[in-house]
Design a protein around this ligand. Structure first.
Ligand code: CO8
Length: 374
């Protein structure tokens, strides 16, 4: 069995930013117009008025201040409320592959690797823009990687499950080095017209190079000591859009359940203990105490949730540098969140430092990756 390391990471960050102020102004204009259009039904008690959103609520409830998006004009237009992305022909690089290639180039450069050194690509994300051919195979071709590639989806835990899949394949010898990417264009499957969740998500792509620890081409890699993945079925985060849509009555209707929807309070309450138990049992299995962790790179869904998880795992309030958050700038970027935090906040730690990358989200799904700086 081979030992496995994360030798490079990369982030593609879109150029466009939507601040909470812009988001709330657009949502409130949409809600006011909707209320005006439905005034008679609202006054007759047949429909509820749409309440207004507020910047103060968003910051307090989530810690999010802004988010990056691939396209903002459509999202902010009260008459559109979703991104407007130009359709590409089958011969053009797809948008998910494009952002994955950008993040991958950065990860490969950090790892000191070229396409020839990689023998597999995993595209792990919470949605894929088409059913087939796999986005991963398109990325493989665009980068000139030989070997094999496949897509996978475990919602917000796609990256940690992707790391486990890659690490297990490298350990067993079915690949020597794997590129694992997380292109998350959440703005496309998010519901910007729902006040309860319109502030949650942002777009990004992360990339991770995993390879055998022997013969690394760069310094400062992180050895993967072990991984844990866990799933438990829940309807509390859901999206019913799928290939059977046209087989059902009313498939063309603008239905709420064709975008992300959730029971946020229930998710918060039910997921925190699952994640705390996963991290604590993972550490215990390795004979490690939480106090030995130099850093925790958690999934970036909600600051209050991360604060609570950190406190429960460590038994005290973590310092900001022990558990860095990026969601104030990026919002929830689904599977990419913990990898952005890891990529931005790991270079300063000395050799021997222990850390944990942990994701959680729809499914429910949770993943834990225990790493040590080499
Ligand atoms: N502005 C003003 N007031 C608001 C707003 C708003 N925008 N939204 C809600 N309120 C009001 C509510 O109406 C409520 O009012 P009242 O008390 O009068 O009833 C009050 O504020 C409190 O509302 P909530 O109880 O909903 O507020 P919470 O404190 O629970 O915060 C959160 C809401 C932030 C959503 C919180 O519950 C949360 O973050 N929960 C965790 C959810 C989570 O982590 N989900 C992860 C989902 S992501 C994932 O798994 C990936 C899926 C795949 C990606 C999909 C990409 C699109």
């Amino acid at each position: 069995m081979h030992k496995v390391a994360i030798s490079g990471t990369g982030i593609f960050t879109p150029e466009k930013i939507i601040t909470n102020a812009e988001l709330v102004a657009s949502y409130n204009a949409y809600a006011e117009a909707w209320n005006a259009a439905h005034r008679a039904e609202i006054d007759a008690g047949e429909m509820a008025e749409k309440p207004m959103s507020s910047e103060e609520f968003i910051l307090r409830a989530s810690g999010i201040e802004r988010r990056y998006v691939m396209e903002k004009d459509g999202v902010l237009d009260p008459e559109v409320m979703h991104p407007l992305l130009a359709e590409r022909s089958d011969d053009e690089l797809s948008i998910m592959a494009e952002i994955a290639v950008a993040a991958a180039r950065e990860a490969l450069a950090k790892a000191g690797r070229r396409a020839d050194d990689i023998d597999a690509v995993i595209c792990a994300a919470s949605n894929h823009e088409r059913a087939y051919p796999a986005i991963a195979i398109e990325i493989q071709q665009a980068l000139g990687i030989k070997g094999f590639a496949f897509d996978m989806n475990v919602a917000c835990s796609s990256a940690t499950f992707g790391i486990q899949a890659a690490a297990d394949m490298i350990r067993c010898g079915s690949a020597k080095a794997i590129l694992m990417v997380n292109p998350e264009i959440t703005s496309g499957h998010h519901e910007w017209r729902d006040r309860d969740c319109h502030f949650i998500f942002g777009d990004v792509c992360t990339a991770v190079v995993l390879e055998r620890t022997e013969g690394l081409a760069s310094d400062g890699a992180w050895e993967i000591l072990s991984t844990r993945c866990l799933t438990e079925f829940s309807n509390n985060i859901r999206n019913n859009n799928g290939f059977l849509r046209r087989t059902r009555d009313g498939h063309m209707a603008d239905r709420r359940d064709m975008q992300f929807y959730q029971e946020g309070r229930k998710v918060f309450k039910q997921v925190v203990p699952i994640v705390v138990d996963l991290m604590q049992s993972h550490l215990a299995d390795e004979g490690l105490a939480p106090s030995q962790l130099a850093r925790m790179w958690l999934h970036q869904a909600n600051k209050n949730m991360n604060d609570l998880i950190g406190e429960k795992v460590l038994g005290r309030v973590p310092d900001a540098q022990e558990q860095p958050n990026v969601l104030q700038d990026y919002a929830n970027t689904s599977s990419a969140g913990s990898i952005i935090a890891f990529s931005k906040y790991s270079d300063d730690l000395p050799a021997g430092s222990l850390g944990i990358i942990c994701s959680f989200g729809a499914g429910y799904s949770a993943g834990s990756v225990l790493v040590r700086r080499m």
